[in-house]
Design a protein around this ligand. Structure first.
Ligand SMILES: NC(=O)c1ccc[n+]([C@@H]2O[C@H](COP(=O)([O-])OP(=O)(O)OC[C@H]3O[C@@H](n4cnc5c(N)ncnc54)[C@H](O)[C@@H]3O)[C@@H](O)[C@H]2O)c1
Length: 411
């Protein structure tokens, strides 16, 4: 146990250093934490803001102890504009063997195999899951395919990790996925990057130690300017309703407390940006910014913002106010004995990766949940509570803020 103010002060100093370093990153380089434009799969692609957003933790490996020699046999799928499946250090984890990789586009598949130092490739996820030697699959395909792909993996008796969001604009799909995971007895984890950001991790430890008491108010933001639609498989990002990508902001309540949102009133304003006008996108979506006001499962309030059409300051971040304390990049409150707020040690050689250095921790959490046969942090219930609340928020925005109930998931 570390005492009092020491840990939060160290944390806020690191966060200050990080934000200073990022100050020069500039505008419009990245949206969604990855590169934009059609060159994004070439080596001369511009620097990616989200991926540069790494941790300054002094020694993230200090204190790590191996507890198992077992190697889980993993398949990686999806090397799109974010080259996502290869970004999370599966190929570096001592308890993982990357057996095969896949992307529908052969050049991407080949590049991915090289990046992961893996010899075996499959032309599709559907072919990869037939490989009986594979025990777990990381699905980093286009968001609209996540449910279909995760269910396909589970049907073949394999554990599954999935990039966000868990489901895409369908409450029926959410129920289908929930049932599929529950009946499979296998592990499902959504790789919500905000959940292992330094601040989010710290807030979760403080909440669990009682340092906030009942949460009164939480705020989260996911701000990424998207003047032009970013490349995406079959154009799923063109005109994307902001609250269909709600998890990075919602995590600043749900991943801190393990709670959920029970009802929502959400508002948007018509966007000036061409692809975010209703007549120009498949979603008939008129909004580039949607601000949701949620009732939390503790009876408190949360304001969660997603914006694509406001240039300037961007990021994925949040803060909380509880009856016993607050967290605005550091803890201030009534609790004097705080637990250790540093993220747990990673196996040496694991990259922390982007999105606040969260990537390595997410992979480690998924791998350990299999080795230790326990629920991963962002299990199916948390993944759906993070995602479905945004789907309902968008429906509310289309009804000018009508208060709507949100389905609840417990597992
Ligand atoms: N911070 C974050 O958590 C974060 C950041 C960026 C992206 N993401 C998520 O990561 C995922 C990937 O993002 P992206 O921008 O690279 O997506 P993308 O749309 O550019 O690429 C998707 C890739 O999946 C491949 N694919 C589709 N179906 C397939 C199949 N059946 N078999 C094999 N490959 C298949 C496509 O060929 C394509 O290369 C998305 O779901 C996105 O939401 C999350």
């Amino acid at each position: 146990m570390n005492s009092g103010k020491k840990e939060p002060d160290a944390l806020s100093r690191r966060l200050f250093l990080k934000s200073s370093a990022l100050g020069a990153a500039g505008l419009g380089i990245s949206q969604f934490g990855c590169s934009n434009g059609k060159n994004s799969n070439k080596s001369e692609a511009p620097k990616i803001q989200g991926f540069e957003d790494t941790s300054k933790a002094p020694d993230p490996y200090k204190g790590w102890v191996s507890f198992s020699e077992r190697k889980i046999r993993v398949g990686l799928v999806g090397h799109g504009v974010c080259k996502f499946a290869s970004q999370f250090g599966f190929q570096n984890h001592p308890n993982v063997e990357v057996v095969a990789v896949s992307d529908l586009i052969p050049e991407r598949c080949a590049e991915m195999a090289k990046a992961c130092n893996c010899q075996k490739t499959y032309p599709s996820l559907e072919e990869l899951v037939k490989d009986k030697t594979i025990e777990a699959v990381f699905v980093a395909t286009d968001a609209p395919s996540h449910v279909k792909h995760c269910i396909e993996v589970l049907k073949h008796g394999k554990h599954v990790a999935c990039a966000v969001p868990a489901v895409y604009n369908s409450l029926e799909d959410a129920d289908r996925l929930f049932e599929a995971v529950k009946s499979s007895g296998l592990k499902y984890m959504m790789f919500e990057t905000s959940s292992f950001r330094e601040t989010n991790y710290a807030m979760r430890q403080i909440f669990n130690a009682g340092g906030f008491g009942q949460m009164v108010y939480a705020e989260g933001e996911y701000y990424h300017y998207m003047e032009k639609p970013i490349d995406s498989y079959q154009g799923w990002r063109i005109g994307l309703p902001p609250q269909l990508c709600p998890t990075h902001s919602n995590a600043f309540y749900i991943c801190v407390t393990g709670g959920s949102f029970t009802e929502v009133s959400c508002m948007g304003i018509p966007s000036l940006i061409e692809h975010l006008k209703a007549e120009n996108n498949r979603y008939k979506n008129p909004f580039g910014t949607e601000i949701a006001l949620f009732r939390t499962s503790e009876g408190g309030i949360a304001r969660m913002a997603v914006s694509w059409d406001t240039p300037g300051d961007g990021g994925e971040r949040g803060r909380v106010r509880g009856q016993r304390g607050t967290f605005y990049d550091k803890y201030e409150g009534l609790e004097t004995k705080l637990p250790n707020l540093d993220r747990p040690p990673l196996p040496p050689g694991m990259p922390l990766g982007g999105h606040g250095g969260s990537h390595g921790y997410l992979t480690n959490e998924f791998v350990y949940s299999i080795l230790q046969d326990r629920k991963p942090l962002v299990d199916i219930a948390m993944a759906l509570n993070l995602t479905v609340s945004g789907i309902v928020a968008h429906q509310s925005a289309l009804k000018n803020g009508e208060l709507l109930k949100i389905p609840q998931y417990n597992f």
